[in-house]
Design a protein around this ligand. Sequence first.
Ligand SMILES: Cc1cc2nc3c(=O)[nH]c(=O)nc-3n(C[C@H](O)[C@H](O)[C@H](O)COP(=O)(O)OP(=O)(O)OC[C@H]3O[C@@H](n4cnc5c(N)ncnc54)[C@H](O)[C@@H]3O)c2cc1C
Ligand code: FES
Length: 259
Amino acid sequence: MPPARMVVCIERREVVARDHVELYFRHPALTAAVPGQFAHILTEGTLRRPLSFSRLDPASGLAAVLFRVVGRGTAWLAARREGEPLDLLGPLGRGFPPPEPDRPWCLVGGGVGIPPLFAAWARWKASLRAPITVIAGARTREAVVMVEDFRAGGAEPWVTTDDGSLGEAGTVLGPLRRWLASHPQGQVYACGPTPMLAAVAAAVQGHGPCYLGLEQRMGCGVGACLACVVPAADRATWPPWRRVCCDGPVFLAEEVRLE
Ligand SMILES: Cc1cc2nc3c(=O)[nH]c(=O)nc-3n(C[C@H](O)[C@H](O)[C@H](O)COP(=O)(O)OP(=O)(O)OC[C@H]3O[C@@H](n4cnc5c(N)ncnc54)[C@H](O)[C@@H]3O)c2cc1C
Ligand code: FES
């Protein structure tokens, strides 16, 4: 489905944790998005903010974004109410590919990197014949989102928090390394802060395929301004960068260099 600019009303608004809000929209172009794609949402003034889809449910007709309030744009969005219109560009970018059905699949989310993985899991879980593992980590318990949604769908996520306030103390790296020991050729989909993704990519190197959903600062969101570039792993190619907004935000780990 080609990206479109649309004005959609907020169908539902939920505060899912402290400083975390989920907004639902009803639009067929949004529910047709590929998990890992994002909406570029106009906030106050002229600047848009990129947010991945947390839910893409053609059956109910609802798509959603779940975000953490970190600054002006997300604070403005969090203050919107049900029924208010939002100006949205999307779906944008290149999402996750469908997982290979016979390869064990591990989804590794950090903080607000968990929502796009929930959308991927919900879209493709029924197509897998191999086991699926979900690892959800965050700094502290309030930032571990969507765990109950996974449970409601039949998964039992491994939860980690840096401060030990929920689940295993430490980062997602501990459970991921244990999973890799028993599933050395499994496929890994990860989304979260850049240092986490760099560590995941390093852990998975030499194992099965690893896809990373990057969350980079953005400008235009459609490939024109180069605000979002990350260095390409292969320095010999031209251009020596990749645009997160349109070449990504999902990349094979070996495509990009995370610094
Ligand atoms: C493809 C993509 C998907 C994303 N999906 C989600 C999502 O599902 N949920 C979610 O909560 N956030 C997501 N983000 C991050 C989100 O876009 C930023 O948090 C938001 O733009 C911040 O806007 P602001 O005006 O509130 O903050 P600002 O005032 O602009 O910045 C506040 C703080 O947030 C940091 N920040 C700003 N923009 C980004 C960014 N793009 N990535 C990382 N840190 C940033 C700044 O460095 C600063 O520390 C995504 C980003 C991208 C590129
Ligand atoms: S945000 Fe403008 S090129 Fe990616």
